[in-house]
Design a protein around this ligand. Structure first.
Ligand code: GRF
Length: 213
């Protein structure tokens, strides 16, 4: 099987991007290459992480485009020119345009720091997710990797793993434990996708033999 060409979109720290880079370097993800890392944020450390590995780290400023649609279209064009097979959203803070999602249908995955469908959707990002978890008082949270559809965090779920909420948890301590899980789930989802081991049937994603989680 030919290797899969990945594009990562990230807006911040990029630790999830790093988990995919590491997964490829270690051979755990055995047939993929990150062709580009694109950010809407010039300061995103994700760009540094990419460049440190000789991967293109591209800042595309939404403010340089006449409309949000144009901004998305420029990314689509870039990704099509690179013949991208899989788009990984790794802490990407922008909502993708409808055209973007349609162009890469079933080929975009996102990592979210809760057990979807709880604590997700519009307004639930970053620390806000963990704060909401603590305020609600749930005893279990977790992480989810899912395909991206036109809604906010509504696409078919690929992998999930639970994380216990402790009585003395803070937003920071909870985020840290959930992040450890994210760093396992995302490379695994990428590996499964790149080995063509994922099968989408409506809302359900089936994993063919050999899935580790
Ligand atoms: C992660 O918690 C991810 O689930 C969410 O944004 C955060 C990004 O962290 N979508 P990082 O930039 O990958 O370190």
């Amino acid at each position: 099987m030919e290797y899969k060409r990945i594009a990562v979109l990230a807006s911040g720290r990029g630790s999830n991007l790093q988990s995919v880079i590491d997964g490829i370097e270690s051979g755990y993800i055995n047939n993929a290459k990150i062709m580009t890392v694109i950010s809407d944020n010039r300061e995103a450390f994700a760009l540094e992480r990419a460049r440190a590995k000789g991967i293109e780290g591209l800042w595309l400023n939404p403010g340089d485009f006449a409309s949000y649609e144009d901004y998305n279209n420029s990314i689509i064009e870039k990704l099509e020119n690179l013949h991208i097979d899989l788009v990984v959203l790794a802490g990407y803070m922008k909502i993708l345009s409808k055209g973007f999602v349609q162009t890469f249908q079933n080929r975009i995955i996102n990592i979210h720091p809760s057990l979807i469908p709880s604590f997700c959707g519009v307004g639930y990002y970053g620390e806000k997710v963990h704060r909401a978890v603590l305020e609600y008082g749930v005893k279990i949270t977790g992480a989810t990797v899912h395909f991206v559809d036109e809604g906010a965090d509504t696409g078919p779920i690929i992998l999930q793993e639970a994380v216990k909420v402790y009585q003395d948890d803070t937003v920071g301590s909870l985020a840290k434990r959930v992040l450890e899980v994210e760093h396992r789930l995302l490379p695994e989802a990428v590996r499964l996708f790149c080995n063509e081991m994922l099968c989408i049937d409506g809302r359900r994603v089936y994993i063919k033999d050999g899935g580790a989680l």
